[in-house]
Design a protein around this ligand. Structure first.
Ligand code: PDD
Length: 293
C-alpha cells in the first residue's frame, strides 16, 4: 500500500513563524498544555469539492472559544491562510475534506495556573479527505441517551472531550451510532452533533445556551427551515416525551443531517427517516451545491 504524505501546519515556541511539514515529521512537546490539561480549543470545518462550508462562521466561533479560554488569539488570521495552503498541498482542491484546527495555551512546566512568562500558543492544523456515511444518511441510525455529565460551558469548543468519548463508546457498545446527552430531563446535544426533533410538524432543537455548542450546521438547518417555510422552534425536547416525536435527526459538520430512527431501542415515529428530515436533507444538499459552485 502506498501511504500518501499528509501535510500539516504547526506553530509553537519551537517554530514561532509556523511551518508546513508532513505529519510524520511533527514532534509535539509532552509539556504542551493541550497534552497535560486539555488546555485548548478546536474547530472542525468541511469543504465540499474544495470549497469551504461557512468558513467565516467557524473562524468566528473559534475566536470566541479561544477568547473564552483566555488564550492569545493573534494566530487566527494566519490560520485562515494556512488552511487554504493545506488544501493545496494535500491535493484536496476538488475533494470533500475536513479541516481540524487546534490551539493550546502552549508549552510550560506542569502547573495548573497559566505560564508566568509569555509563551506562544501551539497551533496544529490538518486537512483530510472526507468520506460520508451515505447508508446511514439514507437509512437512519440508532442512538442512546446518556446523562450529561459535562461541564457547564459546552458552548466553548474545548479539546477536553472525555465525557463525549465515553458516551460515544457507550453508544458503540450498545450497537448505536450516537449518544445524546440528557441534562435535567432535557436532550441537550449529541457527542459531536446537535439534536433535532419533530412534533406536530414543528422542528425543535435546544436553544443556544451554555449547555450546547452553537453548531454551524444547526444554524444552517434552521435557516433552511425558514427558507422552506417549515415551522421551527428553539425549545427543549424532553426525554420522557421522546415517544411523542414524529421524527428525529442529528446535525453537524461530519454528519450533515442524519436521521435517528431508534433511541434506547425504541422506534422514533414510524422507525424510519421522516418526511421533514428527508426534505431538509435535500434542501441541505442543494444549499451546499449552490454555495460551493
Ligand atoms: N463536532 N455539538 C458538539 C458537542 C460538537 O462537538 C459538534 C461538532 C456539534 C455540531 O457543530 P457543527 O455543526 O458546527 O459541526 C455539536 C465536531 C464536528 C467534532 O468534534 O468532530
Amino acid at each position: 500500500m502506498v501511504t500518501r504524505k499528509e501535510w500539516v501546519f504547526y506553530k509553537s515556541q519551537k517554530a514561532p513563524k509556523g511551518i508546513f511539514r508532513t505529519k510524520d515529521k511533527i514532534c509535539l512537546s509532552p509539556n504542551d498544555r493541550g497534552f497535560m490539561f486539555a488546555d485548548g480549543a478546536y474547530e472542525v470545518i468541511r469543504t465540499y469539492n474544495g470549497k469551504f462550508f461557512r468558513l467565516n462562521e467557524h473562524l468566528v466561533r473559534f475566536k470566541r472559544s479561544v477568547d473564552a479560554l483566555r488564550i492569545d488569539n493573534r494566530d487566527i488570521p494566519l490560520i485562515e491562510t494556512a488552511i487554504k495552503e493545506l488544501i493545496k498541498r494535500n491535493n484536496l482542491q476538488s475533494s470533500d475534506a475536513t479541516i481540524y484546527i487546534q490551539v493550546t495555551r502552549g508549552v510550560w512546566q506542569r502547573s495548573h495556573a497559566f505560564p508566568t512568562e509569555p509563551v506562544l500558543p501551539t497551533v496544529y492544523i490538518e486537512a483530510s479527505r472526507f468520506v460520508p456515511h451515505k447508508d446511514d444518511a439514507r437509512l437512519g441510525i440508532a442512538a442512546i441517551t446518556v446523562s450529561d455529565i459535562r461541564w457547564a460551558r459546552c458552548d466553548i469548543k474545548a479539546i477536553g472531550l472525555l465525557p463525549n468519548v465515553l458516551a460515544r463508546q457507550q453508544a458503540v457498545d450498545n450497537g448505536a451510532a450516537e449518544a445524546i446527552f440528557v441534562r435535567d430531563g432535557i436532550l441537550t446535544e449529541g457527542t459531536h452533533t446537535n439534536v433535532f426533533g419533530v412534533q406536530d410538524g414543528v422542528v425543535m432543537t435546544h436553544p443556544k445556551t451554555n449547555y450546547i455548542l452553537a453548531g454551524i450546521t444547526r444554524d444552517a438547518v434552521l435557516g433552511l427551515c425558514a427558507t422552506h417555510k417549515i415551522p421551527f422552534s428553539e425549545t427543549f425536547i424532553l426525554e420522557h416525551k421522546l415517544s411523542d416525536l414524529e421524527e428525529m435527526f442529528l446535525v453537524g459538520t461530519t454528519v450533515e443531517i442524519m436521521p435517528v430512527i431508534k433511541v434506547n431501542g425504541k422506534p422514533i415515529g414510524k422507525g424510519r427517516p421522516g418526511k421533514i428530515t428527508k426534505a431538509l436533507q435535500v434542501a441541505f444538499r442543494d444549499h451546499i451545491l449552490s454555495a460551493s459552485r
